[in-house]
Design a protein around this ligand. Sequence first.
Ligand code: FAD
Length: 294
Amino acid sequence: MTRTVRDALADGGPTFSFEFFPPKTDDEDRLLWTTIRELEPLQPSFVSVTYGAGGSTRAKTVEITERIATDTTLLPVAHLTAVEHSVHELRGITGRLAAAGVTNVLALRGDPPGDPQAEWVRHPEGVEYASDLIELLHGWGDFCVGAAAFPNGHPRSASLDDDTSRLVQKCRAGVDYAVTNMFFVAEDYLRLRDRVSAAGCDVPIIAGLMPVTNIGMIRRSEQLTGAPFPAALGERFAAVADDPKAVRAMGIYETSKLAERLLDEGAPGVHFYTLNRSKATREVWANLALGVRA
Ligand code: FAD
């Protein structure tokens, strides 16, 4: 029987996991597989591959997760979104994943292609929300299903309370765990966990972390999360902005400190947004002496 993220969490954890995105060029493809091979010896609990907004990158998610399942010792999680897919297409993709032994899926609604802020339009024969996709997946097979969580609220949610109730709704639709969007202050995660727990839901919430290794990533994180970068931390980075080595060292240190605090606070796992590179993740890993903890 295929191992699942649920099994990894049940083993007592914490889980450690890495996220990749499908490459667009041959050079990027080589970089990804070098990174996967460099991270493999760390024996992460699972690795996940994002689902693109359209075209060939979508097929790549399936190809890469299949190859991880067959050619490596790693446990792959395939992201899947509802964007521009009919239910029939979604079923076909999950069938192909299952045939390759990929039964771990992170079920997402996804953002409108091109402009993530644009109005969301459901495929006429598709689904509206991630919770619908989660229900479909459980009807189609024995999938271990994860969902997205947002420590600072999803940009389209009316309020943090509304956002929390939507996450709880996804959990009730059959989610085994959630993974958060990137965040930089432990309290944002802890408050999310408290809100979800107060709503009577005990889903394990894995913390998603991205080490800042250059100043441009601060702005990028704001675009990806829709939330401002924490001001106090931003000022510390700004003070060393002219020194790329110092920025990088600060990013590794801050992420290590954040991960350590989260694990001390009982977070069930830490998920690294690797951007398909291994060095920063390996450095944070070493700082945490993860080999000892795992
Ligand atoms: P949903 O849970 O459906 O929520 C979308 C919005 O609708 C939210 O504002 C929510 O509050 C609201 N909502 C939900 N249910 C209802 C309801 N019943 N009634 C009214 N409102 C409701 N994107 C990709 O394209 N590919 C990826 O691989 C990918 N991976 C991701 C991984 C992680 C860990 C995270 C955190 C995000 C990822 N994303 C990815 C981005 C994600 O797809 C977007 O943030 C998307 O806008 C929200 O997806 P969701 O699954 O949370 O949607």
